[in-house]
Design a protein around this ligand. Structure first.
Ligand code: ARG
Length: 661
């Protein structure tokens, strides 16, 4: 039951009866919302204010007319018109009780109705690049995508998850080059994943050395020369007589010197890096013999893409190791996909994609490359390079073509870093022209995970934080917390094995929840202390709330099923009971909000709110020691609904609960 949707449905004909234009109604209905403060009722509508001008009447009068026209007798007490024209709505207790009774008996859905119009929705998420180390940035796509997938599915949509793995990129050229030149066969035999990642890092370092030397430093030198000229020019200028101008000139000079200094520091940094590589006992001796490595690696990738049998064979050999490593992380995170169709899957379709674009007059040659020019876009989208190579965008178009023919989606969601937004803008524009005009394409962008210093989260050594060690640390810290709590009990409840299981769920849950609780488009600071806190909007607090509710049944010596089968109804005598009941009824609204803008943080906020309402209820309304049997049963029913809603909510976020912690 979505109360908000129901109320809006009831108000729509009332608005029409006042002569409001049909096209404006959906917008206006958006002004009917849950009240921020219980003293204004449970829901509040303020459309009368914005209708005043249009209908040429005082808003209060409009509000009164709406109240007279709307039919809410079964669900609400008589609506109140307040202040300049707010309409305050308070649900009837009897109606709330009826809805809760239905939810209580609805084991699978707790009263959340499935979508009236189910859609076919593809969620493209996680999609790491195989054989490159997976890092903290990948967690966002994985966790957000998984939550959206679960929620959409729960709401009855035909949801398809597809992991668009990067399994065809230049990292394979690097590993193949490494394999051909630097392989330690015994190490490969003993620890293949370690040896392959050593090869990747080795080749990557050598390529980086030459890129720094031949590209980055020379282009920096050009910038330095320009900056020096600017400083010299400003320095040579005659000092202005006007004091204001003088100050301005001095400031300009200072800024020019400052940016020159920054460029010089950058150059020193790069040069130091070059020297360190030269002095490195492992890397240094390899530099001269591999002076053309940057180009050769590209040639290895090109040979792979061109079907060279040796490189294809090596790719086949390397790929499963990279996949296995990723799979370990997915297992730990509890992530599965309906499909894992990586970039390589689409390779033999790319030529056809380019041909189709050209045939339809969408793409044409420009400076040797095949490009799609889009109105209003600064640069064209290149689909085939001068040397014949296809691009990331070409593969994405082939992927759309495949998905359309295979699954006929109504929507495709791409959960990918915000830095790829230009790519997706272009991709969607081309896809629409190419024949997918009716499809909803969404780039579900997200911000960066930051360290304490406000810069992208890195380890002290400056490398990206590996995902496995990140999870390990969260679980270790959770283990400590769980053990300390348990040891503080008069008689500890958890065995060592229990503590480990609980720690795994709390640690992993903490990481996921912290990610989901932030508005996805913002950056956020990664903090183990914050995410593992037992109070506040954290997974641990939610898991604790759940365990606490569940423990009541044990203490009361009552089974859940006996509560559900009771005929007696829920009593809402106390404002705390009523507030909890209302919060329970609003689960469905929270899920709809998530889907409206694809932001899982609406669900975390809701769960936090629910847990807070429960806490107030629990402090003020004795459950086991309730004055009467009927009241006890009623309160146990509220506990049961709370536990199930918390459990389901966390499950939809991909977070596991524990019965004890
Ligand atoms: N592999 C890409 C990366 O790590 C992300 C792919 C996202 N999905 C897509 N269909 N382009 O940057």
């Amino acid at each position: 039951m979505n109360v908000l949707a129901l109320l809006r449905d009831r108000f729509a004909p009332a608005l029409t009866s006042l002569g409001v234009d049909a096209v404006e109604i959906p917008n206006l209905l958006g002004m009917l919302l849950p009240s921020q403060d219980a003293k204004f009722g449970d829901y509040q509508a303020n459309f009368a204010m914005s209708l005043g001008k249009k209908l040429g009447k005082p808003p209060r009068e409009i509000a009164q007319q709406l109240v007279a026209a709307v039919d809410l007798t079964d669900l609400c007490n008589a609506p109140e018109v307040a202040g300049p024209g707010f309409i305050n709505l308070r649900l009837k207790d009897g109606w709330i009780v009826e809805q809760l009774a239905a939810a209580l008996g609805d084991e699978a859905r707790i009263g959340v109705a499935p979508a009236a119009q189910p859609r076919t929705i593809i969620v493209d998420y996680s999609s790491p690049n195989v054989a490159k180390p997976m890092h903290v940035g990948h967690i966002r796509s994985t966790v957000i995508g998984d939550a959206l997938h679960r929620i959409l599915k729960f709401l009855g949509h035909n949801t398809i998850s597809d992991n668009h793995l990067g399994d065809w990129g230049t990292q394979f050229g690097m590993i193949i080059y490494g394999y051909k030149h630097f392989l330690d066969a015994a190490a490969l035999q003993a620890k293949p994943v370690d040896e392959l990642s050593r090869l990747y890092r080795l080749v990557h370092s050598l390529v980086e050395y030459y890129e720094t030397k031949h590209e980055k430093i020379p282009s920096l030198k050009v910038k330095i020369a320009e900056a020096e000229q600017r400083v010299a020019r400003l320095d040579a200028q005659a000092a202005p007589t006007d004091p204001k101008e003088l100050k301005k000139a001095a400031k300009q000079l200072e800024q020019a010197k400052q940016s020159l200094a920054e460029l010089l520091t950058e150059r020193t940094g790069l040069e130091t890096k070059l020297e360190a590589t030269e002095a490195d006992p492992k890397l240094g001796p390899l530099l001269a013999p591999h002076a053309t490595i940057a180009r050769d690696v590209l040639l290895e990738t090109a040979a792979l893409h061109g079907g060279d049998p040796i490189n294809v064979e090596l790719w086949r050999k390397i790929l499963p190791y990279g996949m296995a490593e990723i799979e370990v992380i997915y297992q730990r995170l509890g992530i599965t996909f309906d499909h894992t169709l990586g970039e390589s899957f689409y390779q033999d379709r790319l030529r056809g994609v380019v041909k189709s674009l050209v045939d339809k007059g969408l793409a044409r040659e420009s400076e040797g490359a095949i490009c799609v020019f889009l109105a209003g876009q600064p640069a064209p989208m290149i689909v085939q390079k001068k040397d014949g190579a296809f691009l990331y965008a070409t593969t994405d178009l082939a992927t759309i073509q495949y998905r359309m023919s295979e699954w006929k989606p109504d929507a495709i969601l791409y959960v990918v870093d915000h830095r790829q937004s230009l790519h997706f803008d272009q991709l969607f524009a081309v896809a629409k022209l190419w024949g997918c005009a009716g499809v909803e394409f969404q780039h579900i962008a997200f911000g960066t995970v930051l360290g304490d210093d406000g810069k992208p989260f890195k380890t002290r050594s400056g490398t990206n934080v590996g995902l496995a060690s990140l999870l390990d640390e969260a679980v270790e810290r959770a283990f400590k917390i769980v053990s300390e709590n348990d040891d503080a009990r008069p008689a500890p409840l958890l065995s060592a094995a229990d503590r480990q299981t609980v720690a795994e769920r709390i640690g992993i849950g903490a990481i996921k929840y912290a990610d989901l609780a932030h508005n996805r488009t913002s950056d956020y600071v990664f903090s183990y202390d914050k995410m593992l806190a037992m109070t506040g909007n954290t997974a641990a607090y939610m898991q604790y709330s759940y365990a606490r509710v569940k423990s009541i049944f044990e203490k009361a010596g009552v089974s859940r099923s006996s509560i559900i089968n009771q005929q007696s109804s829920i009593l809402l005598g106390s404002p705390h009971e009523r507030a909890l009941a209302l919060a329970l009824l609003q689960f469905s609204e929270a899920l709809d909000r998530v889907v409206a803008d694809y932001r899982p943080n609406h669900l975390t906020s809701y769960l936090f709110e629910l847990a807070s309402r429960y806490s107030e209820f629990f402090e003020n309304c004795p459950v086991i020691k309730a004055e009467t049997d009927a009241l006890r049963t009623s309160r146990l029913a509220l506990c049961d609904l709370t536990a199930r809603t918390l459990h389901r909510g966390l499950q939809l976020l991909g977070i596991e609960t524990v019965e004890r912690m």
